[in-house]
Design a protein around this ligand. Structure first.
Ligand code: EPZ
Length: 420
């Protein structure tokens, strides 16, 4: 298994190109199931999770072909020949469950392995299933699989989510585009990735109102058609490299990044003493003076994203003063805390909150993490720490960060991948 070796203490200086958003790309690929015609996605990031979703779509019979040589354009299309998302793929990536809505809407049947728990929490899919049931799908659970059937097609309905779920909103939105009649989704997630999905579905012929709000209205159509859609820049990759610049006392241009999707993160970084400004071609981030403690509480968009919580905690671990970081989305997303503590951070967890008391410096250590964002938070800590840090289980990073070591090394970090 590959590892990453970092010699800490060098300020990042330079330009980092931000890729397309992983969490937008995954549902967009699933949306390719809604038509036989070709859906062309551009600005696709080169990530392990994208390869996994491509493998899943191919298992369903659909072609996923790169267009051109740089791997950034994918054409998805063709007839669906199987309605089953097998355990072997779903266990690798929970987002596989996003094929459920499109499959049942298109073919009248979907059989998807239940994803089970994961490193950051139990993560059930009950909201996805209830929402599809309200559209008339019959749901059965057997042998670790969920089967959704709607032989006569789905029918529009009023669905009120009891709490906000990104994935359930996406599954329902996709399914509703082909349902008969009108579907209203109340308490819908408002993440920018949902806006991107809605934009792509609209380009494919779907009729959606209320995009960007928590109430989506979808007027079903009988079929969708070919479209080309550019994927939005990855706001979490952007926030992560902003924290990297800040934790090393550096200055970087995040090329292609958009400020509009990063409100809460950038407000919190500014409060901590980081300079963030729109610049030609992206965002400039620098930290010239000291960092101060700032609080963050994760919330659905437009709140502070749970996917930035671990990285922000690394940053706060070297800020002057104390900060409180509260996680409200997932019940087990502090797996990075013991590893950061091994690097000298002073963090105490009380239930869903962590009190971080900044220390003057972290010290390098061998570390590992069990999920993507926790792993990258350890890379950030390693960039700022004195001495050598080895981050194990790099495959987590490869799921969501494209060439992380190359991007950081190009800005002067002493970081390399050790193949193993
Ligand atoms: C998406 O996961 C993202 N994944 C996650 O990204 C992100 O952390 C999360 O949204 C929150 O922003 C993708 O977009 C592929 P949810 P999702 O449904 O859709 C509970 C990353 O690092 N819930 O909004 O699975 C759930 O357990 C990651 O890139 C139910 O109880 O998240 C959680 O506590 C990991 N029942 C909360 O809701 C359900 O049926 C929000 O989860 C569905 C969710």
């Amino acid at each position: 298994m590959d590892r990453i070796r970092i010699q800490g203490g060098r300020p990042l200086e330079g330009t980092i190109r931000i890729g397309g958003a992983k969490n937008a790309a995954l549902p967009l690929m699933a949306a390719g199931l809604l038509t036989d015609e070709r859906l062309t996605l551009t600005n696709v990031p080169a990530l392990a999770d994208i390869a996994t979703m491509a493998a899943l779509l191919r298992t369903l019979g659909v072609a996923v072909d790169p267009v051109g040589n740089d791997g950034r354009v994918l054409a998805i299309g063709g007839a669906i020949t199987s309605s089953e998302a097998p355990y072997d793929i779903v266990r690798k990536m929970r987002a596989s469950v996003l094929v459920l809505g499109p499959l049942v809407a298109r073919t009248g049947e979907a059989r998807v392995s239940l994803p089970g728990g994961c490193a950051i929490g139990t993560r059930p899919i009950d909201l996805h299933l209830k929402a599809l049931e309200e559209l008339g799908a019959e749901i059965t659970l057997e042998a670790g699989y969920v089967t959704a059937t709607a032989r006569k097609g789905l029918r529009g309905a009023n669905v009120i989510f009891p709490f906000v779920s990104v994935g359930a909103t996406e599954n329902l939105l996709m399914a509703a585009t082909l349902a008969e009649g009108t579907t209203v989704i109340a308490n819908a997630a408002r993440e920018p990735e949902i806006g991107d999905l809605a934009a792509c579905l609209t380009a494919m012929g779907a009729r959606i109102e209320g995009v960007g709000t928590d109430r989506l209205t979808v007027h079903g159509v009988t079929s969708l058609h070919a479209a080309t859609h550019p994927i939005i820049p990855d706001r979490i990759e952007t926030g992560t490299y902003a924290c990297a610049a800040a934790i090393t006392g550096g200055s970087v241009l995040l090329e292609g990044a958009k400020l509009e999707h990063l409100g809460a993160v950038m407000r919190t970084l500014r409060e901590a003493g980081v300079e963030v400004a729109e610049a030609a071609g992206g965002l400039s981030v620098k930290r010239l003076n000291g960092l101060h403690g700032a609080d963050a509480m994760t919330e659905p968009y437009p709140g502070f994203p749970t996917d930035m919580q671990a990285q922000f905690m690394s940053l706060m671990s070297v800020a002057e003063g104390a900060s409180m970081v509260t996680e409200t989305i997932f019940e087990n997303r502090f797996m990075h805390v013991p590893e950061l503590s091994r690097m000298g951070a002073n963090i105490v967890v009380h239930g869903a909150s962590a009190i971080v008391r900044g220390v003057p410096a972290l010290s390098g250590a061998p570390v590992m993490a069990t999920d993507l964002r926790a792993s990258v938070s350890l890379v950030l800590a390693g960039l700022a720490a004195k001495g050598e840090t080895i981050v194990n289980r790099v495959y987590h990073l490869d799921r969501g960060y494209e060439r992380v070591e190359e991007k950081l090394a190009a800005c002067g970090a002493a970081i390399e991948r050790i193949p193993g």
